[in-house]
Write a protein that binds this ligand. Structure first.
Ligand code: RIB
Length: 305
């Protein structure tokens, strides 16, 4: 009962660093290139396990070299991947990530590959681990129908659900009452409420709309402006963590945030403390290059809190 189950995709991240992110039609000469394990759900699973909570990952990968990178990092981080199906019919997906090495900002095109074939039947097979978990966390990179099916199943099993709506996509509003925590960033929040979300005031307006849609708790991440929380009883803003190292790559920071938040809820921390824990996890991840490979361990998180 003190574990987390996470549904999502794993892909290999092909990361290109340069002075800027190229615009449409433009070619630039890059300064660095790395390949590493990625995919939002997988990054979240690695981050949650490294932060010290038993974590189950539910996904599908191919029987290939990219897939081997996944099992290697799960072994290192101690992610339980008994519900990661190795498909012989599909190849593991990949993401092309462009990073601006001056600001750490990124742009991503992700092709889910084998993970696009995760089905409701795969969720049924994972029912026991979902039932045993305190938190069920997912995003919108896996097939939407299966994500929504899994959220409803977790809710019916009495498990608290967290939906990180990334990337933002239309979702059937009937699922909103089954979501305990909804964690968009500024861009995603703006997609759901139809207005820009740049400031705390915008976030407050957006959160009210999302609560009206039936979601119980809304956490909007605002990059360097921190995070904004709202539910029926309270609202507050939370600052970013104090870091002693510079930001080099923000890719995966949202994943680190969601994982840290789920870990803290599993440990019964208050919402305020859970958001601080999440911000510390996210902040630390930006001080290293990569996504799954940049996730901090528990000692590092505890040290900056
Ligand atoms: O959130 C970052 C992740 O988004 C990357 O690892 C990439 O694979 C995409 O899924």
């Amino acid at each position: 009962m003190s574990s987390i189950s996470i549904l999502g995709i794993y892909v290999a991240d092909l990361v290109f660093f340069g002075k800027k992110i190229p615009i449409e039609g433009e070619t630039i000469l890059g300064n660095n290139f790395v390949i590493g394990p990625g995919g939002k759900g997988s990054n979240q699973a690695v981050a949650a396990a490294k932060a010290g909570v038993k974590t189950y990952f539910i996904s599908k990968i191919g029987d290939d070299q990219f897939g081997e990178m996944a099992t290697k990092i799960y072994d290192e981080a101690k992610v339980d991947y008994s519900n990661v199906i190795i498909s012989r019919e599909h190849s593991t997906g990949a993401a092309a990530i462009m990073v601006n090495e001056e600001s750490g900002a990124n742009a991503i095109n992700v092709f889910p590959g084998a993970a696009a074939d995760i089905t409701n039947a795969d969720i049924d097979k994972a029912e026991n681990i979902i039932k045993d978990s305190k938190i069920f966390l997912t995003q919108l990179e896996a097939p939407k129908e299966t994500v929504l099916y899994a959220i409803k199943k977790a809710h019916s099993l009495g498990v608290k659900t967290v939906l990180n709506p990334a990337p933002a996509a239309e979702i059937d509003k009937s699922v909103f009452p089954f979501i305990d925590y909804f964690t968009p960033n500024e861009t995603e929040a703006s997609f759901y409420v139809g207005h820009a979300v740049n400031s705390n005031d915008d976030a407050s307006r957006a959160a009210s709309k999302l609560l009206d849609m039936g979601i119980k708790n809304v956490i909007i991440t605002l990059g360097e402006k921190g995070a904004y929380f709202a539910n029926a009883n309270e609202t507050f803003s939370s600052p970013i963590a104090n870091l002693s190292n510079p930001v080099v790559d923000t890719t995966g920071a949202g994943d680190a945030f969601n994982a840290g938040f789920a870990v803290a809820l599993t440990e019964n921390k208050s919402i305020k403390d859970a958001i601080s824990f999440a911000s510390a996890t996210a902040g630390l991840s930006t001080t290293k290059i990569g996504t799954a490979n940049s996730m901090p361990n528990r000692d590092e998180i505890d040290k900056i809190l």
